[in-house]
Write a protein that binds this ligand. Structure first.
Ligand SMILES: C[S@@+](CC[C@H](N)C(=O)[O-])C[C@H]1O[C@@H](n2cnc3c(N)ncnc32)[C@H](O)[C@@H]1O
Length: 259
């Protein structure tokens, strides 16, 4: 899918103001990046073409982009050269990040690990990377969107998937391929984070501003997003009192409520 995602790379690299998600909502309306990033070490998990890291670098942060795809990182390197803005890019799996524990002030993912990696693997990694008090921010499609989207075709006004057991979701791609995405119910995400020493600060269920256009994702009709959030942004921090954990929680062992 690297070639398909290329369309997002240069426009976002060259944007004066960061903007987010499918509807390109500006940072001023959807403040995903922290107000103060200067001097902070930021690890982007599933950085793709690296535009989020580029935005952070322009704000004075010291980003490190991690992505499993050599082709995506080649795009990121090409754009680094083009814009004269260089930061470390690391080829690696966000479920097993080759960086030291406690190295990051901020771990961030926009449709990277937050969508493509198993939360039971990548969220403990994010917690491990964060220093005490460090922040985790990630954006993904909403739980509600997943529940309303069948394996093929657009979001409907009916629930077509079960909330209980929601974890791995398969969707059909344009060319007959299938891909695998991850989503957990909100309560399970909160409990998973707590088990890794992360404290949830906020969850924004993104409301698309009037007039915002979606050119690339016909699975979200305008009438659907007028009523429901298609995207969500999580904000958490590592509890300063918690110790760094490296063990991987497993579904059921941590997150499910009694009974
Ligand atoms: C839709 S892109 C989003 C990233 C970035 N915001 C962008 O648009 O360029 C998803 C990225 O996640 C990466 N990815 C998927 N699985 C991964 C994994 N296990 N570890 C690290 N990166 C992964 C993909 O290679 C891809 O670059």
């Amino acid at each position: 899918m690297s070639a398909w995602f290329d369309r997002y790379a240069r426009p976002r690299w060259e944007a004066a103001e960061p903007y987010w998600g499918i509807w390109c909502i500006p940072q001023s309306q959807l403040p995903v990046l922290p107000a103060r990033a200067s001097g902070s070490v930021a690890v982007e998990l599933g950085c793709g073409s690296g535009y989020v890291s580029a935005w952070l670098a322009r704000r004075g942060a010291r980003p490190v982009g991690v992505d499993v795809s050599g082709r995506q990182l080649a795009t990121a390197r090409r754009l680094q050269d083009e814009f004269g803005l260089h930061f470390p890019l690391l080829q690696g799996d966000a479920e097993r990040v080759p960086l030291a524990a406690g190295c990051a002030d901020l771990v961030i993912s926009e449709y990277g690990a937050s969508v493509w990696c198993d939360p039971y693997r990548w969220i403990p990694q994010a917690a491990r990377l964060l220093r005490p008090g460090g922040r985790l921010v990630f954006m993904a499609q909403s739980v509600l969107a997943r529940l309303c989207m069948p394996a093929n075709g657009p979001a409907t006004s009916r629930l077509v998937r079960d909330l209980f057991g929601l974890h791995r979701v398969v969707r059909a791609g344009d060319s007959g391929n299938h891909y695998r995405l991850f989503t957990l119910p909100h309560g399970e995400t909160i409990r998973l984070m707590a088990s890794c020493g992360l404290v949830v600060d906020d969850l924004i269920e993104v409301q698309v501003p009037p007039g915002a256009a979606n050119h690339d994702f016909p699975e979200f009709p305008d009438q659907w997003v007028r009523r429901w959030p298609a995207e969500e942004v999580w904000f958490a921090h590592r509890d300063p009192a918690s110790s760094v954990r490296t063990a991987r929680p497993t579904p059921g062992a941590v997150a499910r409520p009694p009974g």
